[in-house]
Ligand binder design. Structure first.
Ligand code: SF4
Length: 219
């Protein structure tokens, strides 16, 4: 972001984001789309960027893809009030184009702050962009969906973006069936709670005297 900002509360971050003009997407937005749901929740969904409806209403996932997400949540006895829903990018890219790498880099401190303050036990990444940002690798969502990773102190479960199911025929599509099965995994991992902290790295064995001598002879 170019400036070191130390936010004390999630609301401070929200207020700052609401007036943000740090990247070119500020010029075309109606409003910043911050997040939806309960910041006390253990479950966070991260999508890509707001679309037209989200930009208009100021809430993430309120269009057709959002309705599918609501349906998927209902299938595991949840709703928006029991999770957090947000995006990597907080302003709508023009014509719903993909976010550019520099836009992601500029906007991502807001998402990072959301994760830091909310501390979800389970982060569900919806689609390629969220998965790549959260796992910090150029992964393909079709290869990694339905698996459990670990990042930001949370279990990370990538799944397809609901828009992928919409574009393939909606609830009757194979894509929807894949997302639906991933939601069963989300539900069971949520029930298990927060991941255990990583075990400390094992101490390196002391080098044998003989090996140490022979290494020294290399220099
Ligand atoms: S997309 Fe993010 S960085 Fe760019 S103007 Fe919006 S809030 Fe700021």
């Amino acid at each position: 972001m170019g400036v070191l900002v130390v936010w004390q509360t999630l609301d401070e971050v929200r207020v700052e984001a609401a007036g943000c003009t740090r990247c070119r997407l500020a010029a075309g937005r109606t409003q910043v789309v911050w997040m939806d749901g309960d910041p006390e929740s253990d479950l966070m969904f991260v999508g890509e960027a707001p679309g037209m409806n989200e930009d208009k209403l100021g809430r993430p996932f309120v269009g057709a893809a959002g309705k599918l997400l609501d349906q998927l949540l209902e299938s595991i006895a949840l709703d928006r009030s029991k999770c957090v829903i947000c995006n990597v990018i907080k302003c709508r890219p023009p014509s719903n184009r993909n976010p550019e790498p520099d836009e992601i880099a500029t906007c991502s401190p807001y998402l990072k702050a959301q994760i830091d303050f909310i501390k979800p036990a389970v982060i569900v990444t919806l689609g390629n962009f969220a998965t790549r940002y959260i796992l910090d690798r150029q992964l393909s969502i079709t290869r990694v969906r339905g698996q459990i990773f670990r990042a930001f102190g949370a279990k990370v479960i990538p799944t397809l973006h609901p828009a992928a199911a919409l574009h393939s025929g909606g609830v009757g599509s194979p894509q929807f069936a894949l997302i639906r099965s991933d939601f069963d995994l989300i539900s069971s991992e949520l029930a298990k709670g927060r991941p255990a902290p990583p075990a400390p790295a094992p101490a390196l064995p002391a080098p044998a005297a003989e090996a140490f001598v022979s290494q020294e002879s290399l220099f």
